[in-house]
Design a protein around this ligand. Sequence first.
Ligand code: NAD
Length: 437
Amino acid sequence: MKIAVIGTGYVGLVTGTCFAETGNDVICVDIDRHKIEQLQKGIIPIFEPGLDLIFNRSVEKNRLHFTTDLEAAVSTATIIFLALPTPPGEDGSADLKYILGVADELGKIITDYKIIIDKSTVPVGTADKVREMVARHAKVDFDIVSNPEFLREGVAVDDFLKPDRVVIGTSSERAKKVLNQLYEPFVRQGNPIIFMDERSAEMTKYAANSFLATKISFMNEIANLCERTGADVDMVRKGIGTDTRIGNRFLFPGVGYGGSCFPKDVQALYKTALENDYTFDILKSVMQVNQRQRELFLQKILHKFEQQITDKTFAIWGLSFKPNTDDIREAPAIYIIEELLKRGAKVKAYDPEGMANTKKIFGDSIQFCDDQYEAIDHADALVIMTEWSEFRTPDFEIISTKLKSKIVFDGRNIYHHESMKEMGFYYESIGRQIVNN
Ligand code: NAD
């Protein structure tokens, strides 16, 4: 099949590459010239494990192309995916200017039947808006489909190639048939392709992300209560996670969720509710708890240093919003660094993949280190913000000798309490008692 993917970011590039992997002829479009030039040279502009392998294979086989020319890309493709940004607008609702802007252009340039599929996360009713926008100028038949994407950065390729489910919202039998055929290779193990109407598909994506964010905020509240009552959240997590009604995933407390999806999607669903004369009370709390979680972590650091951190140096391990990605959008580490800098502290940071993006925010105002041990050299404390594997079993002797004092704040609970105690660290984590206080 001939496919055009408009928007070649985390979702668009993975989508395009994975469809090329199953033999389709794919062209990815972006307005970012530099990005397209890099891709045309075979350089992948994001870090996503496993993407290079299938990317190179499809490029070699001439099945995967890149362009900035929307009209040329669309002229050859029947299937058009929109993988465009839907950032929060000033009032928190999803800003549809990218989606509707491209829909307007599509209406003007399509000359034969197209299936226009929205892969971006968009509020309920967007498919109708896109349909109206395309119809303003289009003189040919087209169908609109809502096909929300559930991939997770860091495991995006696996998620796309082997999805738990594929959700397709459309009222068109013709589009349904084509999409069923397109996705069949990805669900050979029996995972479902779930067909529904466009509005339900749009809502499904927000419901999924908001539910997951709720789980995180709930566990963070339990963790905060554990700290105050002498319970240990790790034990509680195991205790409840074994209940099959609850399940053991997404129960890890931490410094709050970040990334380009959860914060904006929870906010957008809350806004959708308000626009429909409904106050989604749970989501309001989910957002408040998430913000407070970062602040509480900062307070732990400040409290230990009696609010005096001017000229103290903090080693930050982890900048990306989660491991295995270079994405730092809404990452809790960014908040913590900003707050430390505001109070006159110095920051030495290390992240396996997130440093280039972080440099764009902080420039020379923090020191970027070549490895995790350089970051702790002469630092007053180590602060763990992202649970990259390489931080899990470090050389604690090196940490002991390099740190000015053996103080560790762990926002991801990656170390064992007992061993930190034995090694003589002051160790503060989430939902567990402070060690060597
Ligand atoms: P992104 O910012 O990484 O990529 C978007 C791309 O679109 C950018 O490269 C940008 O240059 C390009 N673009 C903007 N305007 C354009 C135009 N007029 N024509 C062509 N290209 C244009 O965003 P993303 O993370 O890939 O997210 C895209 C959508 O998918 C969002 O709605 C997001 O909520 C949703 N989503 C993201 C994830 C994720 O993990 N990142 C997962 C599921 C869904």
